[in-house]
Write a protein that binds this ligand. Structure first.
Ligand code: SF4
Length: 355
């Protein structure tokens, strides 16, 4: 579908989701609560929003026991995020976790790593090795400082530990909060390994700045064919992360879905196109998986022509407006009827296509 040649990475399986090997780029988020009832709600909301994979921090044994309850409410694969304590990894595996995020070099003796890997092998449960600027191995930190080389070398050291135990169901991330550092780290890593890569800008920030940083970092790499799964990290609700991730993938034409275009407006517009464009997006939210391009344009003189590629669109005039398709005018309607008429035409189009 898209023009980017994606790197052919190894395919791993996480629950029912295939990651790498040219499979659709999957979208991840993380539960943002220390309470089980809220975690259940977030799982349901994330799945409804189109999240593919969800991760939860497992800081103690009590949280590892949430896993069966969460799985009752979602079909998304769950990943346990474990730092340092191998017993938490074992407990998560015993409770039915689908994947682990763990750095094997940080969990003590080789014997402890082996205990985890033996259990992983039984079910082919994948592991994400995730290094970020805060978890660079001291040896590389002293040698290189915080830079792409130290991030990548630290990650590869963890990879070698698993490879030595003949375990290769691995994906890797080398996130940084600096976008240039993150981009360069993944570029270097991608040259060195064929494992699937999980992309993200860490501590990206709040909705606005975080969306821009994540889009630039993740988008640049995806456009180079690098990346098999992504997480947009925002200091926001997890559902917002999914909305941004989907827009990002749609903008690169890596996934299909409804695409909205709207003109920036100029002195020719006579209607409140800013609020109309938002209302159109909201009204068509329920059709978001259909690959249609919808335009909202500010004037009837140039709107239909400028949005010639749109499957359907509206253009505002003085007290009335046009509904058009592929640059051709379908009908003229009163201003207040633009949105309901557009929705009706799209509903009819989709139902006639589904017959
Ligand atoms: Fe201006 Fe019309 Fe173009 Fe919108 S469509 S930018 S209002 S000329």
């Amino acid at each position: 579908m898209n023009i980017f040649k994606r790197k052919q990475t190894k395919t791993i399986k996480l629950g029912d989701i295939l990651i790498g090997g040219g499979n659709t780029v999957s979208v991840q988020s993380m539960l943002k609560t220390g309470k089980l009832n809220i975690a259940v709600e977030q799982c349901i909301e994330l799945e409804n929003a189109g999240c593919d994979i969800v991760r939860l921090a497992v800081p103690d044994l009590e949280t590892a026991e949430w896993i069966p309850e969460l799985k009752k409410h979602t079909s998304m694969p769950l990943i346990a995020d474990i730092h340092f304590d191998y017993k938490l990894a074992i407990a998560s595996l015993e409770n039915g976790i689908d994947g682990l995020r763990i750095n094997p070099g940080n969990i003590g003796s080789e014997e402890n790593v082996r205990k985890i890997v033996d259990r992983l092998k039984d079910k082919k449960i994948p592991v994400r090795i995730g290094v970020n600027s805060g978890s660079i191995n001291k040896k590389y930190l002293d040698k290189y400082g915080v830079c792409p080389e130290s991030l990548v070398e630290s990650a590869l050291e963890h990879v070698r530990i698993l490879e030595k135990l003949n375990y290769e169901e691995i994906k890797i991330s080398v996130k940084a909060s600096s976008v240039p550092m993150m981009i360069n780290s993944y570029r270097i890593l991608s040259e060195k390994v064929d494992y699937p890569l999980h992309l993200g800008v860490t501590e990206a920030g709040t909705d606005f700045a975080g969306t821009i940083k994540s889009s630039v970092g993740i988008g640049t790499l995806l456009a180079e064919g690098i990346g098999d799964t992504i997480r947009v990290s925002l200091t926001e609700s997890p559902v917002n992360e999914i909305h941004v991730a989907h827009e990002l993938l749609k903008s690169l034409e890596l996934v299909e879905g409804m695409e909205f275009v709207s003109c920036p407006t100029c002195g020719r517009t006579k209607i409140d196109i800013i609020s109309l464009a938002k209302k159109v997006e909201k009204a068509l939210e329920r059709f978001k998986e259909y690959p249609l391009k919808i335009a909202v344009m500010g004037c009837i003189v140039n709107g239909p022509g400028e949005a010639r590629e749109a499957d359907f669109g509206i253009a505002g005039g003085i007290g009335e407006g046009l509904i058009f398709s592929k640059g051709e005018i379908l009908k003229k309607v009163k201003e207040q009827d633009l949105l309901p008429e557009l929705v009706k035409i799209i509903e009819n189009h989709l139902s006639s296509n589904n017959e």
